[in-house]
Every structure is written in C-alpha cells, then in structure tokens.
Design a protein around this ligand. Structure first.
Ligand code: ZN
Length: 58
C-alpha cells in the first residue's frame, strides 16, 4: 500500500492515478488529489519536514 501525499489516504500502489516526482512514485485516491500534487509537488512533500522550515511555531 502507498499513501496519497495530498490527503494522507492509503491508496493501493496499483491505483491508476500516479505521478513521479524526484524519482519517486506517488499514487492518489482521486484525480483532484493528483492535479493538486502535479501543480505543486513540493508543497505536499515538504509539509512533513518541519526541520526544513525552521519556524518557531511549534
Ligand atoms: Zn487523496
């Protein structure tokens, strides 16, 4: 199983909606999630790396 990086839903790796970014494959639960990711992939990938932000809003 893989995870939809946009909404966090668990998606089957064989799902028809997928994108490749940075050499990694991502699958999506719906076309709208894929469209969001395709528009701005880094937004969804960097959201899980608080270290890169360095903000004090803990
Ligand atoms: Zn989704």
């Amino acid at each position: 199983m893989a995870k939809d990086p946009v909404c966090g839903m668990t998606v089957d790796e064989k799902a028809p909606l997928k994108s490749t970014h940075g050499g990694k494959n991502y699958v999506f639960c719906s076309a709208s999630c894929k469209a969001k990711f395709d528009k701005n992939p880094t937004q969804y990938l960097s959201a899980k790396k608080p270290n890169e932000k360095g903000g004090p809003d803990a």
